[in-house]
Write a protein of this length. Structure first.
Length: 356
């Protein structure tokens, strides 16, 4: 038998979560965020499973080309637009849509010789203060794009900073800014990420842009994915490769950090930070052994973790879930001081992916 660690990808859950988006935002088109290798789930497989989505959103032209070459025919949107004027040749060749978030990108379009006008998304900064045109300049930029022969249809988008916290007033202010600065301007609009879709129904507009909820993790603080009707897509599974009977006072792992308070069984699981399991996962981080929660003990190693098996019967070969079905990735992430997005993106290339 080979090393037992693998990432199972449940495509039926991915489709279920897409239906969940449709149910939450029935009047909007859906642009699925599949950047960063579909949050670590495998971009081509995810795009094919989500073929009913209305568009796909990525972060770079390389991601877009990979997607187009995998046979995707739905529109592909570059969320950060182009990074240089030269990329317009590829944008044209692959028929991509692009965000325009700064005046330089407008200038590149103005001086481009583009035979077939492009669909562009003018990105407006309503409060995230990362990318986007200031609201006061939105109209001027719109006019310039409107006069530009390279540009066909102009659409509008903005991005929320705090939609995951339903009580944060910034989301409503961002919606208001967006509406005000585009008052009277025709064109499709998009505001909501996953958190916006589930917590701010008034933000759905023409297009929603779900990411994390498609992969089955909760986008909202204080809400579980299961409670929101989402199913985990990735389950990082492994097995116990040893069960050790240790004595009181024995230490476990690097730094000899965990010291057995009594004679006890300790399980060794194939899976460590070399696979993407977070090295900063705290002692007590939950791990499922035979479907039962046990606490992580000792430091996370490159290839292994160790768990406290007191109170259960387990032996080498028994099944372990590091996150996914039965153990929300958000919970493991919180215990490691991070978010599920990062856990998903960090699964390393040596982990085999299996579609189930
Ligand atoms: C990644 C991204 C999304 C998706 O965000 P989630 O929080 O994963 O739903 C939406 N819009 C933009 C601009 C993004 O970059």
């Amino acid at each position: 038998m080979s090393r037992p660690l693998r990432a199972e990808i449940r495509l039926s859950s991915l489709r279920h979560n897409l239906q969940r988006v449709r149910a939450a935002a029935p009047h909007s088109q859906i642009m699925t965020a599949i950047k960063a290798n579909a949050y670590g789930h495998g971009m081509a497989r995810v795009a094919h499973a989500l073929h009913e989505a209305d568009a796909f959103a990525v972060a770079s032209i390389e991601e877009a080309i990979h997607l187009c070459e995998s046979g995707i025919s739905r529109p592909v949107v570059l969320l950060e637009g182009i990074f240089s004027a030269e990329e317009l040749v590829l944008v044209q060749a692959y028929g991509l849509q692009l965000a325009v978030h700064c005046v330089e990108q407008v200038e590149w379009l103005e001086s481009a010789n583009v035979p077939k006008p492009l669909v562009v998304w003018l990105k407006i900064d309503t409060g995230m203060h990362r990318l986007g045109i200031a609201p006061q300049q939105a109209r001027a930029m719109y006019e310039r794009l409107h006069d530009c022969t390279a540009v066909g249809e102009i659409r509008f988008m903005t991005h929320f900073a705090c939609a995951d916290d339903p009580d944060n007033p910034l989301t409503a202010r961002q919606q208001q800014q967006f509406a005000d600065c585009l008052d009277g301007v025709a064109g499709q609009r998009s505001l909501a990420n996953s958190a916006g879709i589930l917590a701010h129904a008034g933000s759905h507009a023409d297009w929603v842009r779900p990411g994390i909820m498609l992969y089955g993790a909760s986008p909202l603080q204080g809400e579980t994915a299961a409670g929101l009707g989402l199913q985990p897509v990735m389950t990082l599974k492994s097995r116990l490769i040893a069960v050790r009977q240790l004595s009181q006072g024995d230490s476990v792992g690097y730094g000899a950090q965990w010291v057995c308070p009594e004679a006890m069984p300790v399980g060794v699981v194939a899976g460590g930070y070399g696979d993407g399991y977070p090295r900063h996962a705290k002692e007590g981080t939950p791990v499922l052994v035979n479907g039962q929660r046990v606490p992580l003990i000792g430091r996370v190693s490159m290839d292994m973790i160790t768990v406290d098996l007191r109170g259960m019967h387990a032996s080498a070969g028994d099944e372990v879930v590091l996150w996914g079905q039965g153990l929300p990735a958000e919970e493991v992430a919180a215990s490691a001081g991070t978010i599920a997005y990062e856990l998903f993106c960090h699964v390393t290339a040596r982990v085999p992916f299996v579609e189930v």
